[in-house]
Ligand binder design. Structure first.
Ligand SMILES: O=C(O)CCC(=O)C(=O)O
Ligand SMILES: [Fe+2]
Length: 423
């Protein structure tokens, strides 16, 4: 999670939707009622035909290096930005435990949950994230979120003591999900014809956070949204949908909101904004370049005085300007040529509420270290595909993401290079 913003944010009164449901089951306050254009299309019966089903990736085949499955993964990332992973090797008992404990947490009395408040404008603790103004519409959802890795993103005051074993289970679960993310990133890299460890090396100590979303039933699910449309600011997101829940996740595909039928015990993975943008190798290319420049300089300075003068003069008059021009040209080359950005897209998604059933989802966000510089990788840059994103620091993007309301894919405008062809 990004650093907590320190400006006081006025968000007005936020009803706790669980309490609302308990005390006034038929009331939907105006702040939850969406404008007509934003109201959801609810899942139809029968469900959409199979060709609109999210791809299923068999993780056990990936671990065996099955090339067809790596190809299927690459296709899923490119055509859907979402897939469901089966045989993910995470103990099903652990999935069940985290599910039960999350539910138990949400079922605690409000006063207990409010010991871990999500301060307005922040994203950790219990409450509603992404609310920044008094007139902003609210989601039909209660959230509980924790920063996990690296240690400095943690706020120990927000780790609950009840239910028992909650925190230990979150730790255990997160370790397993972290492994899964690294493995998937490796196969995603292979599917892109990159070295398997490229993302792991590039990401540094990856940032990881968990959010539990609880959507109580709503008497008018046609008027509200469980979670506003957004793409995730992560590299990868892992979504566990609790057993027995209704269909709630919808993804925006072919200009319609497609409901996603959960597969029991599978995990839904989606590509986040980072992978859409892709980390920047270009930045790293510049390092050996700088070092050789420095080496060259110290070597010259260390030589005898007459040759020092000649070399120094030569170096400053010709070599540095030449290298600088070369470097600038390379930059220009990257920026100006038509590149293949956005090959894998972070797809917009949202959650809808249900009239009778509640729903619980447990979401892990996995992202590069805040220090990492991001931007299109040169591998995807060619004449046919213009560079669509500028270079930026991932910490800055994260901060931008968590200090704005969820707004579809608009958050990514932060990094977009605005051209005539950019939509
Ligand atoms: O609950 C869901 O199905 C979606 C959750 C989600 O997209 C999120 O928390 O970012
Ligand atoms: Fe999401």
């Amino acid at each position: 999670m990004a650093p907590v913003p320190n400006s006081p944010v006025k968000v007005g009164h936020i009803d706790d939707v669980q309490e609302l449901r308990k005390t006034k089951p038929r009331t939907v306050p105006q702040r939850f009622v969406r404008d007509v254009t934003e109201r959801p299309t609810l899942p139809t019966t029968p469900l959409p035909p199979p060709d609109t089903h999210m791809p299923i990736i068999d993780f056990s085949k990936l671990t065996k290096g099955n090339k067809d499955e790596i190809f299927n993964l690459a296709t899923a990332c490119e055509e859907w930005g979402f897939f469901q992973v089966i045989n993910h090797e995470i103990d099903l008992n652990l999935l069940e435990r985290i599910e039960n404990l999350s539910r138990e947490f949400f079922m605690l009395p409000l006063e207990e949950k409010q010991k871990y408040p999500m301060a307005p404008g922040t994203v950790q603790g219990y409450g509603q994230a992404f609310v920044f103004s008094e007139d902003q519409k609210l989601d039909w959802c209660n959230m509980f979120a924790l920063g996990l890795e690296p240690q400095y993103v943690r706020n120990p005051n927000l780790w609950p003591t009840r239910p028992e074993r909650f925190s230990e289970t979150v730790e255990e679960y997160s370790r397993e999900i972290r492994k899964l993310c690294y493995n998937l990133l490796k196969d995603i890299a292979l599917g892109l014809d990159l070295k398997g460890d490229v993302f792991e090396k590039m990401f540094g100590v990856s940032v990881q956070a968990i959010r539990m979303n609880y959507y109580p039933p709503c008497s008018r699910p046609d008027l509200v949204l469980g979670l506003s449309p957004h793409s995730d600011g992560s590299a990868l997101t892992v979504l566990q949908q609790a057993k027995g829940g209704p269909v709630g996740l919808q993804i925006f595909k072919n200009n319609t909101w497609l409901p996603i039928q959960p597969i029991p015990n599978a995990l839904v993975i989606n590509i986040g904004d980072t992978i859409e943008v892709r980390p920047l190798l270009h930045f790293f290319f510049s390092f050996p370049f700088m070092f050789s420049l420095q080496d060259l300089l110290s070597y010259t300075v260390g030589s005898s005085s007459s040759s020092f003068k000649v070399s120094f003069f030569f170096f400053h008059s010709f070599v540095i300007p030449f290298l600088a021009v070369l470097y600038a040209r390379f930059d220009l080359f990257c920026m100006m040529q038509v590149l293949t950005n956005g090959k894998y897209r972070s797809v917009e998604h949202r959650a809808v509420a249900h009239e009778e059933k509640d729903r619980l989802s447990i979401v892990t966000f996995f992202a590069p270290s805040y220090e990492v510089e991001l931007g299109p990788m040169p591998e995807f840059v060619d004449e046919k595909h213009p560079c669509m994103y500028r270079r930026y620091n991932h910490g800055e993007y994260s901060k931008h993401y968590v200090t704005n309301k969820l707004q579809g894919k608009k958050t990514l405008d932060f990094a977009k290079i605005q051209t005539k062809n950019t939509n």
